[in-house]
Design a protein around this ligand. Sequence first.
Ligand SMILES: Nc1ncnc2c1ncn2[C@@H]1O[C@H](COP(=O)(O)OP(=O)(O)OP(=O)(O)O)[C@@H](O)[C@H]1O
Length: 776
Amino acid sequence: MRDGLSSNSGVVQHSGGPGDSPIHDDEIGQEQEYVSMLYGRLDALREQATHRLAEQLRATGGTLQARSQRDSAVRMYGEQVEQYSAVEQGLCFGRLDTDDGGRHYIGRIGIFDSDGDYDPLLIDWRAPAARAFYLATAANPQGVHRRRHLRTRQRKVTGLNDEVLDIAAASPTAHEELTGEAALLAALTAGRTGRMRDIVETIQAEQDTVIRAELPGTLVVQGGPGTGKTAVALHRAAYLLYTHRRELATRGVLLVGPNATFLRYISQVLPALAETGVLLRTQADLFPGVTARRTEGAEAAALKGRAVLVEVLAAAVRDRQWVPDEPLEIEQPQREILVLHPETVRAARDRARRSGRPHNLARAVFDVELVHALAAQVAERIGADPLGGENLLEEADLAEIRRELRDDPEVRATLDHLWPLLTPQQLLADLYADPARIATAAPMLTEAEQALLHRQPSGWTPADVPLLDEAAELLGEDDRAAAARRERLRTLQREYAEGVLEIARGSRSIDVEDEADGGEILGVTDLLDADRMVERQEEGDRLTTAQRAAADRSWAFGHIIVDEAQELSPMAWRLLMRRCPSRSMTIVGDVAQTGALAGTASWAEVLEPYVARRWRLTELAVSYRTPAEIMAVAAEVLAQIDPTLRPPRSVRSTGVPPIDRSVAPERLAAELVDAATATAATLTDGRLGVIVPAARVADLGPALADAIPEATVGDQPDLKGRTVLLTVAQAKGLEFDAVLVVDPDGIVAESPRGRNDLYVALTRATQRLTVLRPTS
Ligand SMILES: Nc1ncnc2c1ncn2[C@@H]1O[C@H](COP(=O)(O)OP(=O)(O)OP(=O)(O)O)[C@@H](O)[C@H]1O
């Protein structure tokens, strides 16, 4: 079947835009009336929220509690205004007619009849009452007689599509397993825009089950290319926030994606579903305060992802707890030189280690031990009884000596030298910079592997992030450093507040003259001193959950969703598991698409260390993106990866076979330009993706950009461009109407997981695929 769904039953479909039969124009007119009424309500709700927001913003003063309530109200009304604006497009998209004569409209949010009995005028797609819209079939109609899809543009109803769920009228050619077939086909064949769209109007039954799966526990969604894993992951985030709002609004939901380009690609889906509270991050952004934008070779990244790095880092920390080979001398003004013997330091170090505290916190134990030892030396000298009796000093004298020693700069410097307080960044930078340190910490690695770790510090890579996090765990937060940071912040805020008060004092006479007509007016300076103002500012500084979570390394999320999860290394999983002690996670990916060398080919291997066998696996088996003709080509590569793997079943075919062309190597750039120009001409409204081996970007990128000036290339190419050139790693998770895969053998040869990469490249197109193969 061309541009059709590969074959469905018991569903009688009617569709029509204005003038089409059998749906009558009258019906479109009636639906228009209803939809216009809904938009009227939406406008009223938005105006009300805007008005309340303005009121709260204008209000001042009051008790601490009143101010705190005001902050919450400002946030709530602000979110409502944003939400009502976000659902403008496609507010209402469906209608269910039930056997009992009921008629229910389904949309992006719930709207109730505030004038009457609070009846639902529009049911939120996530509400239980909306579920039949996605699940009802002729065989199992769930009390539904008719499902109607409404097509709208702006606020205008442009068409209707009905399915009458009547098993008696079953057509042998219909697809029982598909819901809203016509609307689905329209969505799948529409031109791509460079931004992912939501699928709320056409979620399929197998996807709905995943989206609405219960919150607790770890759920893995395995599915081939184009089976809607990303779409499902995003709709699940929106569903969970709706259904478990109270719990998740305070703990937050984190969605982790493979790279910044991918996050931009999916960035509009959640706002269009009226959810802005999900934190979208790549691995590179998961250590607060670090921006990991540096790149490195796949081998170095893979090494850093291996679990053995836990041992390496632990050894690197131990290596910083130093015992000298020779006695150390500490000079003190007006006192004799103190001496620290190696065995004294070793005893203090062992005691500090036995405390079980992380390195920075165990330093206090180390200090106590050594200061005691040094104090004993001092006491020996100044308190010795000339007559040979007991030491003449009392406990109070000893305490005073210890206090003096702790404050002594020379003693402090020695302690810092022996057991330095370290930040994760210092630990890792010092380790990478020094081959000797690497050799000591990583004797289990080969010399070649050790060499991969060695580099001068200048920026962090994504693979460094889990190591920084691991290091932070081993080091622990030094309370003194944190307290000093807090105090610095408070001082800054106080200085700022004093500045504000100065300005307020300066302008007061003018305010008074302007406003007074004899009565007593209190200015801001009468009401607040600098400290109160700092407090007010701290109160007012309430961040959203997502903002606070993003700034806090030890934040425990209520739920974590990982997309393209097969790419994560064992070290990255450790980081994510620390951020989610409840293990309430949705993990979506495809082990046949793993490109990262430290990525996984087995979900069990990844999860069992954390949840044993307590994880659930769901598989999505239908590809909505890739037509049958293209999937057949990709299936050959999949069989080479692992003959036991089965490709997903394509939901449609286009009748357009993929093109596979051999070209002379010296003609490759010219042939690419020709093919790109010809393919782009066939796309009226879509996007062309050109996928090339990483080693050919420098060569082919400029050639393409010269010939097609609108083509975009680069680290973070603009996906809205009509023609985009990328590597497979960049193309992961993305899709285009047409795709040109250049030099497939080059893609395979570039990495030990090159076949997986080629499988990814071949499955990015929704319509056309051309492969250009340089002859060798
Ligand atoms: N029920 C649906 N209705 C409409 N479109 C859908 C539906 N399910 C999936 N799609 C579309 O199919 C395409 C592929 O979906 P998605 O990117 O989520 O797949 P994926 O499984 O994550 O693919 P990959 O593994 O290649 O990254 C997207 O354009 C998505 O919008």
